[in-house]
Design a protein around this ligand. Structure first.
Ligand code: SF4
Length: 270
């Protein structure tokens, strides 16, 4: 997605494109814009990395068994991290293995995951997922899935009940170290505000864009950097634009507006 609107061409896009401009053919123009977008995203990620350092110090693999990560991510739906973790801990304390959880049955699992909210739905989905995984892999493990590669692994995860794009991408990235770029509310808000995509672009489209434009070795740290930035600076209600390292590259019309890149010679829009 390109920076929308003619007005922006004088700032961000102009600053990122090659200085010598001449009439370009349609396909060449598209390529030039695509390169500009790629460089724009890379520059933003560079600035966030300078603040949050998660590319230099990425989070450790969350679970040795990605099925644990999948169940944790199912529990995370429509709740916060604290409630998710409380429910997952209760479940694992009561039923250390997934066999034990299945044997305990629906009522017991539902009671254990109550801190995460929507317990009846989540308990049902967890037990369904466990049953399918047991049937497909002969045990309660999805470790072999990582060997199939990202696209096949994603397709399998998306076929499971209650698993959407975000859940699948989280498991791929955090538990399998496969190249996926999960898009949650912070990532979507940030990408829309900065201008990588128009407002209201669905998360799936943002995910595909980031997976196309960002170097795979930046997915993990870049994703976590944006989350931290969204929680601490680019907040939902009152973004702290004056403290934002990406402000000069941001097109958000809800903050003070885009500013030119240093040395670009471009004028601010307003
Ligand atoms: S300048 Fe403001 S709206 Fe833009 S990314 Fe930074 S905090 Fe968010």
């Amino acid at each position: 997605m390109l920076p929308p609107g003619k007005k922006t061409a004088g700032t961000i896009e102009a600053a990122l494109e090659a200085p010598a401009r001449k009439k370009l053919s349609g396909s060449r123009k598209n390529l030039t814009r695509r390169i500009a977008l790629t460089r724009w995203i890379a520059e933003v990620l560079d600035r966030l990395e300078a603040c949050w350092h998660n590319e230099a110090s990425p989070p450790a693999l969350q679970h040795s068994e990605p099925l644990d990560g999948l169940i944790l991510t199912v529990l995370s739906q429509h709740t916060n991290d604290r409630n998710r973790d409380a429910a997952f801990s209760r479940l694992k304390e009561r039923y250390p293995t997934w066999e034990e959880a299945v044997l305990a049955g629906y009522g017991a699992v539902e009671e254990a995951v109550r801190p995460a909210g929507l317990a009846p739905t989540k308990a049902g989905r967890i037990l369904e997922i466990l049953k399918i995984v047991r049937g497909d892999f002969g045990r309660y493990s999805i470790l072999p899935l990582a060997d199939r590669g990202r696209d096949a692994a994603r397709e399998y995860l998306l076929s499971l009940p209650g698993v959407g794009e975000k859940t699948a991408a989280c498991v791929l990235l955090f538990d399998m170290r496969l190249p996926a770029f999960p898009v949650d509310t912070h990532i979507a808000r940030f990408c829309q505000r900065v201008g990588f995509v128009p407002g209201k672009t669905p998360a799936e489209e943002i995910c595909r864009l980031m997976e196309r434009e960002v170097a795979p070795d930046r997915y993990l740290g870049g994703h976590v950097n944006i989350i931290e930035h969204g929680r601490n600076i680019c907040k939902a209600r009152a973004p702290l634009c004056e403290k934002c390292a990406a402000a000069g590259l941001c097109m958000d019309m809800g903050c003070r507006g885009p500013r030119p890149l240093p040395g670009s010679g471009a004028e601010p829009l307003r």
